[in-house]
Design a protein around this ligand. Structure first.
Ligand SMILES: [Zn+2]
Length: 443
């Protein structure tokens, strides 16, 4: 890519988008309120309301409304080159009693940008599509990334019938058909846009952790989405014994083994971190067996679950080997038996480096202080990246975490991210992005 041209960027034309965004957040919060917080059920009422609201407002700035077979919605502003499209968006469902910004911020930012371009009489270089994805929150359908997978023809066909909505017990296919969409076409991998037509997928999203808050930065430029390995059902067997009578040397204390295991893996984390590697280590559950434990007993049994994440597949591979080595060593030291159980994995999704560079330059041009960081949570952008489509994520500062009613995003931070996105899409180098390289599952 050619180096960035220094130019002064005016942001006055963004007023129309900023005003629209405020109205949309307000309407959405009001109409989908289920105190505390909001509830937008995937393929349900709240999501349907959000889809219609976005379409109604987009109609005022002259977009075409399209749906794919699974019901993902595209609000397309015609561009100079109509053979390719830049997609901006996210999901519109929420967890029960969730916050107003998770997902919606990405869609609303896309619309704000379209409204700004329209008000300024500017035509985007390519078609500019705001994509409203379905069913991202796996609390409704226990399956990851239904919207983006169906959009790209990458959903395992069996999931349409086997995956059931948690509140109705009815299948994903049945819920799609209810809304007039076409599960049979989804089964065959039908898609509205071929990966080669998609210049970029850009997902603005609130940060779901306090990094930006702690660093006092409005906007985060995401490098990649962490992959993981999980041991969801680790069991450590020792031997129950009398707390007073059993000599220390003869104990097989499962509680001690579990504690050493936790500390040992945090030591492992220290080592990786010292070597500059991206890693998180979390024991979400650590428990004795309540039916057998007691205050005067040496614990004979422990249950743990372990979640390890990294942006690097190689780091994950070495960390998993290290988990196995350390558990074996602690088993030998404590006389306990470790059963790590099944290991499930998800691959890290690196986001596009050229897009990241464009975002970083755009932040400089727009005068917005931004920092680079990974995403610990999963997002639809991972599926686009996996399909070989250049994908980028912009995080917006948010207090009080996410998936709760207290999510708090300041509109000033939303505006800052909008200015970055606007500068990014006005950069002529966006046309120089490499075309998607098609992966085998992307025929
Ligand atoms: Zn989300």
């Amino acid at each position: 890519m050619t180096p960035v041209a220094v130019r002064k960027v005016s942001q006055d034309h963004l007023d129309a988008g900023r005003a629209l965004a405020r109205r949309l957040f307000e309407s959405l919060a009001e109409a989908t309120a289920t105190p505390p917080g909001v509830t937008r059920v995937a393929y349900g009422d709240g999501e349907a309301y959000a889809f219609d609201l976005m379409a109604q407002h987009a109609a005022r700035h002259g977009v075409e409304r399209r749906f794919d077979a699974a019901g993902n919605q595209y609000l397309v502003q015609p561009g100079g080159d109509r053979s390719r499209i830049v997609l901006i968006g996210s999901h519109l469902d929420s967890v029960p009693h969730g916050g107003n910004f998770d997902g919606a911020a990405g869609v609303i930012m896309g619309l704000a940008l379209q409204a700004s371009l329209h008000a300024a009489g500017r035509t985007p270089p390519f078609d500019l599509g705001v994509v409203c994805l379905r069913a991202e929150e796996s609390c409704w359908f226990p399956y990851s990334y239904i919207g983006s997978r169906t959009a790209l023809g990458r959903l395992d066909a069996a999931a349409l019938d086997t995956v059931k909505r948690s509140d109705t017990g009815r299948s994903l296919a049945a819920h799609m058909a209810d809304l007039g969409f076409d599960p049979d076409a989804v089964r065959t991998g039908a898609r509205l846009y071929e990966p080669a037509e998609i210049v970029a997928y850009i997902e603005p999203h609130i940060e779901q952790a306090p990094t930006l808050v702690a660093q006092e930065v409005s906007v985060g430029l995401v490098t990649g989405i962490r992959g993981s390995f999980r041991f969801r059902a680790i069991k450590i067997d020792g031997a129950y014994a009398h707390s007073g009578a059993m000599p220390r040397a003869l104990r097989q204390d499962a509680g001690l083994a579990a504690a050493r295991f936790v500390v040992s893996l945090h030591d492992m984390w220290d080592c990786f971190e010292a070597a500059g590697e991206d890693l998180t280590v979390t024991f979400g559950e650590i428990a004795t067996n309540p039916e057998a434990h007691g205050f005067s007993k040496v614990p004979g049994e422990m249950h743990l679950c372990l979640d390890v994440r990294s942006q690097s597949a190689e780091t994950l591979r070495r960390a998993e080997a290290e988990v196995r080595r350390r558990s074996a060593a602690i088993a030998a030291e404590t006389g306990c038996v470790f059963d790590l159980g099944q290991c499930t994995t998800s691959a890290p999704a690196p986001l596009s480096e050229p897009l990241h560079a464009l975002m970083a330059d755009a932040a400089t041009l727009a005068g917005i202080r931004a920092m680079t960081l990974p995403s610990g949570a999963g997002h639809d952008a991972a599926v686009y990246a996996e399909a070989g489509i250049p994908a980028a994520m912009l995080f917006i500062r948010n207090r009080n975490g996410s998936h709760n009613p207290d999510e708090a995003m300041d509109m000033a931070d939303f505006d800052a991210a909008l200015a970055v996105l606007d500068a990014m899409l006005s950069d002529p180098r966006i046309a120089e992005l490499p075309r998607p390289r098609l992966s085998p599952s992307n025929p």
